[in-house]
Design a protein around this ligand. Structure first.
Ligand code: C5P
Length: 219
């Protein structure tokens, strides 16, 4: 069975020891993907940002806080992994400097932010016999074709095999309706269903792709 790496949850980018920038990801989708991969018989390592969920039984969990921590943990796990699901909602930016302690509250002030590294693109650049799956979350206000064009661009730019499209209505919800685009230009759609069912379907799709792309070498 392939070994699976899942990134999950939000990241926190600390301004000081108390305040941070983050987002509303609950981690549910990533945890469901990890559970589904484990249920399919895979060894699973999940690198998780801070969230309230109980990790699925049998999954090895590495807890991280920031995007830089998440990148380092994923890079450590990658060499033994065959399939990667980048489900984490990584903060796009972090403060250039983290202040120590809790500086007193200021009036209006500007934040000096720098971009975070793209974790899944960095993992994809490592190459190897791997299937890399990314996610693309868009506002419900953009239409389906625009959403597909953006997802296709991300798939190519980040070097992914599959990209899962969903919209912000999935954030924090128990349900999602996803479509997947693959690197050959095919589209696979699923109806609105529980995230557990979506996760099972995604894991099947990615494992099938890994098996067909990388059949066991004849000895
Ligand atoms: O570019 P965007 O944030 O829309 O891409 C989303 C996909 O890229 C998700 O799979 C997410 O986990 C991954 N990502 C990442 N590192 C980042 C930003 C996004 O791995 N810094």
């Amino acid at each position: 069975m392939p070994k699976v790496l899942v990134s999950a949850g939000p990241t926190r980018e600390h301004l000081d020891d108390v305040r941070f920038l983050s987002n509303g990801s609950t981690g549910r989708m990533g945890y469901q993907v990890a559970a589904a991969a484990r249920a399919a018989g895979c060894d699973v390592v999940m690198v998780s940002g801070p969230c309230q969920l109980e990790p699925p039984a049998g999954v090895s969990v590495v807890r991280v806080v920031s995007a830089l921590d998440m990148l380092a943990a994923c890079e450590r796990a990658l060499p033994t992994c065959d399939v990667v699901f980048a489900v984490a909602a990584v903060a796009d930016h972090r403060p250039r400097l983290r202040q120590p302690g809790k500086p007193p509250k200021a009036e209006a002030y500007a934040l000096d932010l720098v971009p975070n590294p793209d974790i899944v693109a960095t993992l994809a650049r490592a190459g190897g016999r791997r299937v890399i799956v990314g996610f693309s979350l868009d506002a419900t206000t953009i239409d389906g074709l625009q959403q597909q064009a953006r997802a296709r661009d991300k798939l190519a730019r980040k070097g992914l095999d599959l990209i899962v499209m969903n919209d912000v209505s999935a954030l924090g919800s128990e349900h999602s309706a996803v479509q997947v685009l693959d690197a050959e230009g095919h589209r696979h759609a699923q109806p609105l269903q529980s995230k557990a069912d979506t996760a099972r379907w995604l894991v099947d799709l990615a494992l099938h792709r890994w098996r067909t792309r990388f059949p066991p070498r004849a000895s």
